[in-house]
Design a protein around this ligand. Structure first.
Ligand code: NAP
Length: 312
């Protein structure tokens, strides 16, 4: 009997996955039938899902062994009380690569002061400002998970002095790791560039509030490819205006697309990128989904399971 995989991530997503997912399942040695609709939910073994997809009520899928999310962030799913099946989030090697490149690129922009030369081609020979080398620059990565750890390690390979912060204590070569509230104080007080790579949970919402922004060294740069609500927007705008924060590069927002009238768009010290830091790549993500189906069928533990209590 083939395994029944219901692709419920929507028709737009299916156009990207229809070549890759069947092949990945075959490559994983899984004989599967992929459904694009499930008139009989009881036959479904696995659901491939993404927020905004085809279902909101997971209760009828009584035999479903796991819901496999195509996105890394699960904040829109953990509160769904009908979703009682094991929930796996996406950790996609190509998405990780993409995030590392985005983080390194935007960090280097601020570290090297690139804007000074890119935006001022005005005939003035400004050779009086010499950027420090990376080993003289302290960068903090808040969130040391699948994405934060790789980004931090990449920055450490460039010789940045990297501080990291996570919920549980960690030991990672090249990163000075901290945890807990006191650890966050230490990290923020030393960070010239802060990168937010945490999930959105009840605990992390408004993490960067006025009090925490005030702990940063004057002129620190905030880079947020995590989730918009990690930052208190009003507090950030105030901190930009006082100069406590020198610049904010933001990829994610409370409301997306960021509304045209939002002050971030016109603020001279804010760079907006439209949630493009790291998208899931269908080729590599299909292999991750297929591996989890294979594991489910072999009775092996699923990869990347979400802890509902923690919310990520
Ligand atoms: P992850 O592997 O779950 O890692 C999350 C990290 O945050 C972990 O180190 C975790 O600590 C830490 N953390 C969570 N809650 C915390 C708390 N209350 N206090 C301190 N640390 C806390 O997640 P990931 O795969 O790296 O992804 C991170 C986030 O990036 C996603 O949730 C998503 O929102 C965002 N994202 C954005 C894009 C984009 O294109 N902009 C793309 C993909 C993902 P522990 O290690 O101790 O658990």
């Amino acid at each position: 009997m083939p395994v029944t995989v219901y692709f419920a991530a929507g028709s737009a997503a299916w156009r990207e996955y229809h070549d890759h997912l069947p092949q990945a399942l075959t490559d994983a040695g899984v004989k599967a039938e992929i459904l694009l609709a499930a008139p009989d939910p009881a036959v479904v073994d696995y659901i491939v899902f993404a927020p905004g997809g085809d279902i909101e009520d997971f209760a009828p899928f009584v035999n479903c062994k796991a819901v496999l999310n195509l996105w890394a962030g699960v904040e829109r799913m953990v509160g769904n009380r009908t979703l009682t099946q094991p929930l796996a989030r996406m950790v996609d090697p190509a998405m990780t690569e993409s995030m590392v490149e985005w983080v390194v690129g935007h960090t280097l922009r601020h570290h090297l002061g690139m804007d000074l030369h890119i935006l001022h081609q005005d005939g003035i020979w400004r050779n009086d400002i010499k950027p420090p080398i990376a080993r003289e620059r302290t960068v903090a990565v808040l969130g040391l998970g699948a994405l934060g750890q790789e980004a931090g390690e990449a920055l450490a390979r460039l010789n940045f002095a990297v501080l990291g912060w996570s919920r549980s204590p960690k030991s990672i070569a090249g990163i000075e790791c901290h945890s807990g509230e006191a650890g966050l104080d230490t990290v923020l007080s030393r960070a010239e560039i802060v990168i937010l790579l945490m999930p959105l949970t009840a605990e992390t919402e408004n993490l960067m509030n006025a009090a925490r922004l005030a702990r940063l060294p004057r002129g620190a740069v905030l880079i947020n490819p995590g989730r918009g609500p990690l930052i208190d927007d009003t507090a950030l705008l105030a901190a930009l205006d006082t100069g406590r924060v020198g610049h904010a590069t933001l990829d994610v927002f409370r409301n997306e697309p960021l509304p045209k009238e939002h002050p971030f768009w016109a603020h001279p010290k804010v760079t907006v990128t439209p949630h493009i830091a790291a998208s899931t790549r269908p080729l590599t993500a299909s292999a991750v989904i297929a591996e989890n189906v294979r594991r489910g069928e072999a009775g092996e533990p699923f990869l990347y399971l979400v802890d509902r209590e923690r919310g990520y």
